[in-house]
Design a protein around this ligand. Structure first.
Ligand code: IPE
Ligand code: IPE
Ligand code: MG
Length: 249
């Protein structure tokens, strides 16, 4: 599907961040186990990746597993881990053929060796790809990201590579995740909840936030197109007045 929004590339987001929520409720509604909802969610994920690639979106960041999701029942967590392994091994070659660059953000050290290996292999295979930059947030938390950036910066200072005075927002930004792509322009959360759930708290400072009730496995090409046209209608002011923004165009 190609999106025809006044044929104006400028109105397309460069970077989309997605909280793929509602898999469990999708399964509940069908009297299926929650794992079936997660599996169905993979199909919706495949679709949004394809749509972003087709529309030449620079980056897509998807929330696959939060640092808080470890609090779920053990069976659900292990189901999800197994699904990650099968999905990565089943999809990564196809993504590579489509020139997609795959990267993971979050603390991967808590994952099994097998999962860590498949994460590392998928990143290594696609590292030179120049198409869509797909970031998968796994065992990711926005607060972890900020604390991690602080630790890295403090180490730099301790090693005399930097002074405290040099630190500004730009420097800090270069230590948080996703520092190699523009900040997300558009955030999409399915599943009806209107919250960030410890996703990209630093990076979302000026992102347009789009919430819909649709459950993630039902997220279709049409929902994606609707999100893009909603985004195209936003006036991004970054603190300025609307008049200033219009006059600058
Ligand atoms: C999102 O769907 C997927 C993950 C958190 C891994 P949920 O599993 O949170 O689905 P609901 O919110 O319970 O419906
Ligand atoms: C956020 O969804 C995490 C992912 C989509 C991976 P949750 O379903 O875990 O969020 P909360 O806990 O309801 O806020
Ligand atoms: Mg949820």
């Amino acid at each position: 599907m190609n999106i025809d929004i006044e044929n104006n590339d400028k109105l397309l987001p460069r970077h989309i961040a997605v909280v793929m929520d509602g898999n469990g409720r999708w399964a509940n509604k069908r009297h299926l186990p929650r794992a079936a909802g997660h599996k169905a969610g993979v199909n919706a994920t495949r679709k949004i990746v394809e749509n972003c690639a087709k529309n030449k979106i620079q980056a897509l960041t998807i929330f696959a597993f939060s640092s808080e999701n470890w609090n779920r029942p053990e069976t659900e967590v292990s189901n999800l881990m197994a699904l990650f392994i099968t999905t990565i091994s089943g999809e990564v070659k196809k993504l590579h053929k489509k020139n997609v660059r795959v990267e993971f953000i979050g603390d991967r050290s808590r994952f099994s060796e097998k999962l860590q290996n498949s994460i590392n292999e998928s990143e290594a295979l696609t590292v030179n790809n120049t198409g869509l930059h797909l970031n998968i947030a796994a065992n990711y938390g926005g607060r972890w990201d900020v604390v991690n950036a602080c630790k890295l910066l403090m180490t730099e200072i301790q090693n005399n590579n930097r002074t405290i005075e040099e630190i500004d927002e730009g420097v800090f930004d270069s230590f948080v995740s996703l520092n190699d792509v523009p900040a997300p322009d558009l955030f999409i959360r399915t599943g009806g909840e209107q919250r960030i759930s410890n996703f990209l708290i630093w990076q979302l400072a000026y992102t347009e936030l789009y919430f819909i009730d649709t459950l993630w496995p039902d997220f279709s090409d049409e929902h994606f197109a609707a999100a893009l046209s909603w985004f195209a209608g936003r006036q991004r002011r970054f603190g300025k007045t609307g008049k200033q923004v219009v006059e600058e165009k």
